[in-house]
Design a protein around this ligand. Structure first.
Ligand SMILES: *Cc1c(COP(=O)(O)O)cnc(C)c1O
Length: 382
């Protein structure tokens, strides 16, 4: 019997339990307390003094941001097509219409040239989106300065979906500090976790105060329960914030470990037809997940073949996100380009990437990948 190797698992440092114990000992077991304050303050310190609001999920964080930006029924919001659905659902919560934009080949993220093309056309038709959500895919930053300049030219608000990129940098700056608003996720599979949770990161303190009120059932500052607008129960608990405090202390270690995993795969699998996703010159990839691409010129194995084969070795792998324009839910949605995302989806695979993987685990994955690829060589040309 072997131990199953998962795609990406929580990796506690030990300190988390101390903060959780403090919450129990002091009976701060609800949605206010010292762990929440300290977690937000520590994140703020890490992220260039940006203001932080801990919430129940990354999806909730994005929802709060879109509402704050005034996104409403019938508005358009542009977003990367190559992403997880959590980037897009908050657009629907606001009754708005997603417009999907294709990737560039350098980082797999939003293509600035396409953003320019799309916004120019949208302006001509009087249909500019209210906002654009730029996703930093798998821990790699998009070329945000280029995108931000274009958004400024057209007066479109820019939001970073940094759910996958905490710990990554862009031109020496931390992710989630390169636009006015960003969302983080601490879901169980992310680079650091609170079991489930998220954060709003914003430049403007008043924006955070407004979103905090909405996340807290939109209670007005009055003892006798006054409400003048719709709210949500999006708060994070002080217990979970204790986990977040401990996790944030080891973020740099976790990034280093994940980057090491990616490099080990790249070295060991060289020449097999699997190529590590590029690290764009503009930043440091956190390698939240190791993404590799199968070169059809070198192997006939497709991502799903490899996923299935690895499952037989008790190893979990996943294809790259299925682009949003390929989803049943969005079959009628407006989509600008899509061929690059289609290609990345058709050839990309995410290998086990946990920061807690041992060398023995990595050897097991590498051998299983090698054996699978060796079984299916490209046929010699006639
Ligand atoms: C995980 C993720 C989300 C959603 O975060 P949750 O905390 O799971 O709600 C949003 N966008 C991207 C790109 C993600 O990977």
């Amino acid at each position: 019997m072997t131990r199953r190797i998962y795609l990406s698992v929580p990796h506690m440092s030990g300190t988390e339990l101390q903060y959780v114990k403090e919450a129990f000992d002091s009976n701060w077991l609800s949605s206010v307390g010292p762990n929440l304050d300290a977690f937000e303050a520590a994140m703020s310190a890490r992220l260039a003094g940006r203001h932080a609001l801990a919430v129940s999920s990354g999806t909730a964080a994005l929802h709060l941001i879109l509402r704050y930006l005034g996104v409403g029924a019938g508005d358009r919001v542009a977003v990367s097509t190559l992403t997880f659905a959590g980037s897009v659902f908050p657009i629907l919560y606001q009754g708005a219409i997603p417009v999907f934009l294709d990737s560039e080949t350098e980082s797999g993220n939003l293509d600035p040239a396409l953003v320019e093309e799309y916004l120019a056309a949208a302006q001509r038709r009087g249909r500019l989106p209210r906002a654009l959500i730029a996703v930093h895919l798998y821990g790699q930053h998009c070329d945000i300065d280029s995108i931000a300049q274009i958004c400024r030219n057209y007066g479109v608000a820019l939001v970073e979906d940094a759910a996958e990129s905490l710990g990554a940098t862009y031109r020496g700056r931390q992710t989630a500090t390169t636009a006015d608003f960003a969302a983080l996720s601490f879901n169980g599979n992310k680079i650091i976790t609170t079991t489930g949770g998220g954060m709003v990161i914003a430049r403007d303190e008043n924006a955070i105060a407004t979103m905090k009120k909405w996340a807290n059932q939109a209670r007005e500052p009055a003892i006798e329960y006054r409400h003048s607008e719709v709210g949500y129960n999006y708060r994070m608990s002080n217990v979970l914030a204790g986990i977040g405090r401990g996790q944030l202390e080891v973020l740099d270690d976790r990034v280093a470990a994940r980057r090491r995993v990616a490099m080990q795969y790249a070295d060991a699998l060289e020449g097999t037809g699997l190529r590590l996703q590029n690290e764009a010159a503009w930043g440091t990839h956190s390698r939240w997940l190791t993404v590799m691409y199968l070169d059809p010129a070198e192997t006939r194995v497709k991502p799903l073949d490899l996923v299935q084969s690895l499952a037989a070795y008790d190893i979990e792998a996943r294809p790259v996100w299925r682009p949003m324009h390929q989803q049943e839910l969005f079959k009628d949605a407006e989509s600008i380009g899509g061929a690059v995302a289609d290609e990345l989806f058709a050839t990309g695979i995410c290998l086990p990437s946990s920061s807690s993987l041992t060398d023995a685990d990595l050897d097991r994955v590498i051998s299983a990948v090698r054996e699978t690829l060796a079984r299916s060589p490209v046929e010699a040309p006639l």
